[in-house]
Design a protein around this ligand. Structure first.
Ligand code: SF4
Length: 356
């Protein structure tokens, strides 16, 4: 059997699968899992969105693509009855011509009604935009959490805790099987949860429970902090972040997660390389019986490197990259392209099937 993980990247994909199968939301919520998303200042490895099931169904009417910041401005405020867009929408704080472009885009996507009244554009909403995101949980994956990795991670987690953009912050680390998991001895913020994860059996145990962060109160953004050395007498710099700004940022992240999911890794890797392969890793039931995932997961494998490639190295700049021979596209896969195209299609289909 293929070992489930030989790299940090594969560990991350296993955590995503575990979260998709086994995450227990705080309420009776639907779960969406995404990876490598965040803000300009911070990106998380794994994101778990706990969603209101009815709200999520209503969100689905707006299509599988994300609503970006501009679309949220328009769709979120579009009136139930026809109205001139400049009167119906709040002042966007940027030129109205961009709003007009967004209105045309929303019209093209079929998520907003528009009509002309003379030379005025009137708009009317098709459906109210639902309040679908309940909780946002972020996870940092550190399979080998030694002291120096913990130091770096500790600073990032302090940033997360102070800002409180996510409801919970976790660290997932490889389960060691020791009586006390070593991660507990590392200097991490007490607000962050610790998950001991076994990527082979796809099982996890909570070593330290996280605290729920105050997402609806002002957050503190750490802009700069002293290095801690004797020569550095500088003061830390902070900025306060309004709860409304945080709510909006959470929604924008959620929209991107809704569009991408976590299997989108194939979009940034090179399945069209002749060395690229998807290998199935069978799930094995957990021993503690808490969650019993069944089935198998497709993980990327590189025949040239004879191991799982990291996401960053499997790219057009990889020195071992070799395009699929044209003959692969001619024989056996006459219509749908070569194996690379099939890999993409397969993961895309799994992504769609899992979207609640
Ligand atoms: S790591 Fe390089 S050689 Fe391997 S599949 Fe990716 S691009 Fe091809």
């Amino acid at each position: 059997m293929t070992r489930a993980t030989t790299s940090e990247f594969a560990f991350e994909l296993r955590v995503c699968r575990w979260a998709e199968r086994c995450w227990r939301p705080a309420a009776d919520s639907a779960v969406i899992v995404a990876r490598q998303l965040g803000t300009r200042d911070r990106r998380w490895d794994t994101l778990v969105l706990e969603c209101d099931p009815d709200g999520l169904r209503e969100r689905a009417r707006f299509g599988p693509e994300r609503l970006d910041s501009n679309l949220l401005d328009v769709i979120g405020h579009a009136p139930a009855e026809w109205g001139y867009y400049r009167e119906a929408l709040p002042d966007p704080g940027y030129p109205w011509r961009y709003v007009r472009e967004t209105i045309h885009e929303a019209d093209d996507r079929g998520i907003l009604e528009t009509r002309r009244a003379g030379n005025r554009i009137e708009i009317r909403r098709k459906w109210p935009y639902p309040d679908w995101l309940e909780r946002l949980v972020v996870v940092e994956n550190k399979p080998d959490l030694d002291a120096s990795a913990a130091r770096r991670l500790g600073a990032q987690l302090e940033f997360d805790v102070a800002l409180a953009l996510a409801d919970e912050v976790w660290v997932a680390t490889r389960r060691t099987g020791e009586r006390v998991e070593p991660a507990l001895f590392e200097d991490l913020p007490v607000e962050a949860g610790i998950l001991a994860f076994d990527p082979e059996t796809l099982s996890a145990s909570v070593v330290w429970h996280p605290r729920t962060l105050a997402v609806d109160r002002p957050g503190t953004q750490i802009l700069e902090r002293p290095s801690g050395t004797a020569r550095d007498a500088s003061a830390a710099r902070f900025a306060y972040v309004d709860p409304d700004v945080k709510a909006r940022t959470r929604l924008e992240i959620a929209e991107r997660a809704y569009e991408r999911g976590w299997r989108s890794f194939v979009e940034t890797m090179r399945p069209d390389c002749r060395g690229f392969e998807l290998r199935a890793v069978a799930d094995r039931p957990t021993r503690d019986g808490e969650c019993e995932p069944r089935g198998s997961q497709l993980l990327p494998y590189c025949r040239a490197l004879e191991r799982q490639p990291r996401a960053a190295e499997c790219s057009g700049s990889c020195p071992a990259f070799e395009p699929e021979p044209p003959a692969w596209r001619m024989r056996g896969w006459p219509l749908e392209g070569g194996p690379g195209t099939r890999c993409r299609a397969l993961l895309e289909a799994r992504k769609r099937r899992r979207r609640p």
